[in-house]
Write a protein that binds this ligand. Structure first.
Ligand SMILES: Cc1cc2nc3c(=O)[nH]c(=O)nc-3n(C[C@H](O)[C@H](O)[C@H](O)COP(=O)(O)O)c2cc1C
Length: 387
């Protein structure tokens, strides 16, 4: 009998775990074989890190971010200031051609940075886009934010901060026998903040429409060779690859590890229609989407660079609020992505949720309940410090 620990983790196409159990393919939560070094950052900064800017940045790196690319670069200035930049070597040009999602991932970092600094008695004075907004078409090297830390003994920790080490993007299949209560959804939605809305539905008809659209969008990503390749290129297969590159999409678990070592599971297989590995991706799309017990979508008033960045700050709070409520949350971003093959499905999605320009849906997530997954890898803080 196959146990949960023997499952294969396949991430990035949404991520999940598959094993050939008695009933065919099932999905689970194991990250067997995860090297300790890859998840050590979740213990918090070590005592050796004394600069408060680096301590806050180390915690901020635990923020959710697209494909776990950790596209952050920080530049320390003087004694008390730093600037945050996009690491332009860590973009997702095929699924995120304008860098909208990468910018959301800068916002999640900034909000967690602010909370982490406050927890140690520092007020982070954050100035967003100090050299002006990025062009609409692409990100560049200008700062996302300038930050100054100011001692402030009167600061109280943000009540959501206590949940940051338990926060996850829960990519597992959800338990379809467990509903997500309206009260829990309302608790999460309350964090959307000024000017933004977080709309939710657990209602059967709309939920089914969104399950089907999300599944079709994932299938579109998988069946579009260059967008599939973008994910596969960022996969780390087995403990040695994850230890060497604690970022991207980790495929861990004993079976995947042995499979790749024996040559059964290769990136080429995952890319090739007709292989079992390719089919696992399609099955995962179905199982993730069809087990969504509720959906939520974060709506910004417009789609400016400032709104994208702010969406990230709000999203971090939503994700922490879900953690506090004990509800699993998982972004399913495919429908929101700006590449031609997605355009028709995206229009259907906007109609299904009744959103029209200039408003913009910045994040779409599914909710449910699942076993709490292990944390995903992170690089050490010094990896993002640049001069
Ligand atoms: C803007 C944005 C888009 C994301 N889109 C997806 C997605 O489509 N599918 C998915 O499985 N995870 C998605 N994620 C979650 C990331 O994969 C996740 O944050 C990252 O792998 C780190 O894992 P963690 O959040 O559990 O720490 C997204 C996160 C962000 C911030």
């Amino acid at each position: 009998m196959t146990t949960r620990r023997q499952f294969i983790r396949i991430l990035g196409l949404g991520g999940a775990v598959a094993a050939l159990g008695a009933g065919g393919i099932t999905w689970g939560a194991s990250r067997g074989g995860m090297p300790d070094s890859a998840i050590a950052p979740w213990q918090g900064p070590t005592e050796a890190v004394t600069d408060p800017r680096l301590r806050a940045a180390a915690t901020a790196m635990l923020a959710p971010n697209p494909h776990n690319m950790q596209s952050w670069a920080i530049r320390l200035q003087g004694e008390d200031r730093l600037s945050l930049h996009v690491d332009l070597t860590r973009l997702l040009p095929d699924t995120d051609p304008f860098g909208r999602q990468i910018l959301i991932g800068q916002g999640t970092f900034l909000e967690l940075f602010r909370m982490a600094a406050a927890a140690e008695g520092w007020r982070a004075e954050i100035s967003l886009l100090p050299q002006g907004a990025f062009p609409d078409a692409r990100l560049d090297g200008r700062p996302v934010a300038d930050i100054r830390l100011v001692r402030d003994p009167s600061l109280r920790p943000d009540p959501l901060f206590v949940h940051h080490r338990q926060r996850r993007s829960t990519k597992e299949v959800f338990d379809t026998s467990r509903k997500v209560s309206d009260a829990d959804l309302a608790r999460v939605a309350a964090e959307a903040g000024d000017g933004f809305h977080f709309q939710t539905t657990g209602a059967t008809a709309q939920r089914q429409a969104l399950r089907d659209l999300s599944q079709q969008a994932l299938v579109t990503e998988i069946e579009t060779p260059r967008t599939l390749k973008e994910s596969v290129d960022r996969m780390r297969i087995g403990p040695a690859e994850v230890a060497a590159n604690p970022d991207g999409i980790d495929l861990l678990g004993p079976m995947m590890w042995w499979g790749s070592r024996l040559g059964f599971v290769s990136k080429q297989d995952i890319l090739t229609p007709g292989t079992q590995s390719f089919q696992i991706g399609l099955d995962m799309a179905r199982d993730q989407a069809q087990s969504a017990m509720a959906f939520g979508w974060l709506v910004s008033p417009d789609n400016t660079r400032l709104s994208q960045l702010t969406a990230g700050m709000r999203y971090l709070r939503l994700n922490l609020a879900a953690t506090a409520a004990g509800v699993a949350m998982h972004p399913m971003s495919q429908l929101l992505q700006e590449y031609p093959e997605m355009a028709v499905l995206q229009r259907e999605f906007y109609q299904a949720v009744g959103i029209e320009a200039p408003q913009h849906v910045q994040m779409l997530v599914r909710f449910g309940h699942a076993e709490h997954p292990a944390p995903s890898p992170r690089r050490p803080v010094h990896a993002i410090v640049t001069t």
